[in-house]
Design a protein around this ligand. Structure first.
Ligand SMILES: NC(=[NH2+])NCCC[C@H](N)C(=O)O
Length: 492
């Protein structure tokens, strides 16, 4: 029992024991973090899920769903901000948990993060493929063998993005700045062109009367209530859980802490700023969408485009297509980066083979782990119906959010002396609220999602018991010479 609960000393959170061969160079400035955050957050959530939820579950009340999910995310974000300001490590929630709750919990969180990020990369790549094919056909170009073209496109984008990540953060960063700017322009156009077309009458039934659905209960909450409902307050809250997908991503910013200049101050700021900007953008887009047309006219497949078609501004379809294709590209890019950083940290601690944590001398990136992640993403996207597994991404993220919120409370009591670049205001109230909000979002996920997640976690525990427990760096006697703090980080 003592071995599996052994804790990483906070001073070693950034891998001080492992030497320079396993450390990353500092590269990001505060504004890069905002771009990173917007890069990974703004994607399928606003381009498609928002409209789907308005049409099927929340009506114009989707605006409230966005606010609810936004508040829950902001609470979680504050907790992430505090912990990453104390432990600026690329392991994010995994490393925080290692320091606060001990090894086996860290592994559990690491395993959940692997699921979240790896699956998300594949899910978003698949969605990207679909969008790109639609964008091409919207230009009136008829593709022969659409399914095959889509498969090839998905393969191509994953190879390209994995290559960019492997070649070095600088290449990726430049590409990211350009693409994020372009997607913000497209979204700006949606808001500016859409605003004058808002008709207050479309908000008429802001609270659409609730409807009991004939389908059997699917979410954990519905099983408790005994039926499924759409619209009304129930629908608004249910939609908020689906919309949480749009906000996740600020947590990925935390994985860049080890590569950020002056991380204890810059990371919290970057994370909070990008989330606030994303929230404002989301609310504006949602407002325009449900304000332009009645929610009953929004199509589930191409919600934003359909709204502009209804009001007769057809050229906006191409702008939205371009924004969505670029938007999802940056989501995949940053997800791959985040996943490499998490796996790199786990490998550095010895819980998976340490060879995966070696940093290429030439490119200064963890190349091996990057190629592995790219390969797995391609396999998943090509051979598994990943679009149906979207909720698993959300449960993985929320699971980590819960531990991070609890971690803030525990850490304040147990290590009050640690330096904190950022502190959650009103602790322990806000972290406790974050925990409650996260659990609430989690019970709104499907029972099936929970079952798959449990299976994945059980498998993970097995891996830990058979491998990680024995190979953990903490299982070895401490080599004195490696404790020189100057060896851990290097600047470039
Ligand atoms: N950390 C994650 N799993 N992020 C997935 C990001 C999804 C992104 N928020 C979107 O709307 O497309």
């Amino acid at each position: 029992m003592t071995t599996i609960l052994r804790r990483l000393p906070p001073s070693e959170a950034t891998g001080l024991r492992t030497g320079a061969r396993h450390s990353l160079a500092e590269l990001y400035r505060p504004r890069d973090l905002v771009v990173l955050g917007l890069g990974v957050m703004i994607g399928a959530g606003i381009f498609s899920i928002a409209g789907q939820q308005a049409a099927t579950t929340a009506g114009p009340g989707v605006l409230l769903s966005f606010m609810i999910a936004g508040i829950a995310s902001l609470l979680a974000c504050l907790c992430y901000a505090e912990l990453s300001s104390t432990m600026p490590t690329s392991g994010s929630a995994y490393t925080f948990t290692y320091v606060i709750f001990g090894e086996v919990w860290a592994w559990v969180i690491g395993w959940a993060l692997i699921l979240e990020l790896q699956l998300a990369a594949a899910v978003v790549a698949r969605a990207w493929g679909g969008l790109t094919v639609t964008a091409i056909s919207n230009f009136g170009i008829k593709l022969p063998g659409e399914a095959l073209v889509e498969d090839l496109l998905v393969f191509g984008i994953l190879v390209l993005l994995t290559g960019i990540v492997a070649l070095g953060a600088r290449v990726g960063l430049r590409a990211l700045w350009i693409m994020v700017s372009a997607k913000l322009l497209a979204i700006g156009a949606v808001i500016v062109v859409g605003l004058p077309h808002i008709d207050v009458a479309n908000f008429g039934d802001f609270l659409v009367p609730p409807k009991t659905l004939p389908s059997s209960p699917a979410t954990v909450l519905e099983v408790f209530v005994g039926e499924s409902q759409a619209f009304g307050w129930f629908g608004i809250f249910a939609a908020a859980s689906a919309i949480a997908f749009a906000y996740i991503g600020f947590d990925v910013v935390a994985t860049s802490a080890e590569e950020t200049v002056n991380a204890p101050r810059a990371v919290p700021r970057g994370m909070i700023r990008s989330l606030v900007i994303a929230t404002v953008i989301y609310l504006a887009v949602a407002l325009v969408m449900v304000g332009m047309v009645s929610f009953t006219k929004i199509s589930v497949d191409t919600p934003l485009s359909s709204a502009f078609r209804v009001i007769g501004v057809d050229w906006m379809v191409h702008v939205i297509d371009a924004g969505a294709v670029l938007g999802l590209t940056t989501v995949i890019l940053v997800l791959i980066v985040g996943q490499t950083r998490v796996l790199f940290s786990i490998a550095r601690d010895g819980l998976i083979p340490r060879g995966l944590a070696s940093v290429s001398r030439r490119y200064h990136t963890p190349t091996r782990v990057t190629l592995l992640i790219g390969f797995v993403a391609i396999m998943l996207a090509e051979f598994v119906p990943v679009l149906m597994l979207q909720e698993l991404v959300v449960i993985g993220a929320l699971f980590a959010f819960a531990f991070v919120a609890a971690g803030v409370i525990v850490m304040r009591r147990r290590m009050p002396y640690l330096e904190r670049g950022f502190q959650v205001p009103l602790s322990p109230l806000l972290p406790a609220l974050s925990l409650v909000a996260t659990l609430w979002l989690m019970v709104n996920l499907r029972v099936m999602t929970w079952a798959w997640f449990a299976l994945w976690m059980a498998f993970g525990l097995l891996v830990y018991l058979l491998y990680g427990r024995r190979h953990s760096l903490l299982a070895r006697p401490r080599p004195r010479s490696n404790l020189d703090p100057a060896r851990g980080r290097h600047r470039r």
